[in-house]
Design a protein around this ligand. Structure first.
Ligand SMILES: [Zn+2]
Length: 251
């Protein structure tokens, strides 16, 4: 690290659990953030400010006026632009020291496999079950830790699915692919703005810890937030022995 980096990251370096060694791990790391909306904005902004060396942002949507209430990486003047490109501008303004790749594309299974293979950690910041399951399948297949977040109305949830951890569940163990979940889009259901900030920031925190190998992750636990009464609930979640995604994987 050069002198400017030592200053920029000094409040991390001062932490015994991080230090220069931990910060160097972040600078050498690559994070894949899927979705540059309500969750992806704060998650990617914290990864950028914290010095994750390479962040890849994927989103095929464009910035809409209705996004600005909660998707804080975007600005009024960038309405109509690609969300990935818009968020990239914000991240590089926060931290020009890192590399940010903006991908304005809708990813299928094959493309996800390519992108996940390059990443050290994957953040699912999407808002639909089809993409969530596709991301989970890629992470299980390639053995990459997945930090998953979701927010709707006043409710949030966050967890980590780490296929490197042995007996821990994958996303599909909790939310089976064949089960019909009400796929409610934020655009139609409403979202309390700060909750995506709370959950997105927690996703960044878990991703940074995983990259540095410090603390204990949320793997095996699902944290649920009732934002209307501001109460957290933590439930232990186990592996489904019949899960079609991870049961055949011998970890
Ligand atoms: Zn599973």
């Amino acid at each position: 690290m050069n002198d400017t980096q030592l200053l920029r990251y000094s409040r991390h370096i001062l932490l015994d659990e991080i230090g220069i060694e931990g910060q160097q791990k972040l600078l050498a790391a690559q994070a894949l953030v899927i979705g540059a909306g309500g969750l992806g904005s704060p998650a990617a902004m914290y990864l950028a400010s914290a010095g994750v060396g390479h962040i890849t942002l994927v989103d095929n949507d464009t910035v809409d006026l209705t996004n600005l209430q909660r998707q804080i990486a975007h600005t009024t003047e960038r309405v109509g632009q690609s969300k990935a490109a818009s968020a990239r501008i914000t991240l590089q303004q926060i931290n020009p020291d890192i590399a940010v790749t903006a991908l304005n594309e809708r990813v299928d299974d094959a493309r996800l496999a390519e992108l996940v293979a390059q990443a050290d950690v994957v953040l699912d910041c999407t808002d639909n079950f089809a993409t969530r399951h596709a991301v989970n399948r890629a992470c299980v297949a390639l053995g990459k830790p997945l930090v998953s977040g979701a927010v709707i109305r006043f409710d949030g949830q966050v967890s980590v699915f780490d296929p490197r951890g042995g007996a821990q569940p994958c996303y599909s163990c909790l939310f089976p692919q064949d089960q019909q979940f009400e796929d409610v889009a934020c655009s139609t259901m409403g979202v309390f703005a700060p909750l995506v900030g709370v959950v997105g920031a927690m996703q960044a925190a878990e991703a940074l810890k995983l990259l540095m190998g410090v603390g204990a992750s949320l793997a095996g636990r699902l944290l649920m937030l009732d934002g209307l009464h501001m109460e957290w609930t933590s439930i232990a979640v186990g592996r489904n022995g019949d899960c079609p995604v991870c049961a055949t994987k011998k970890n």
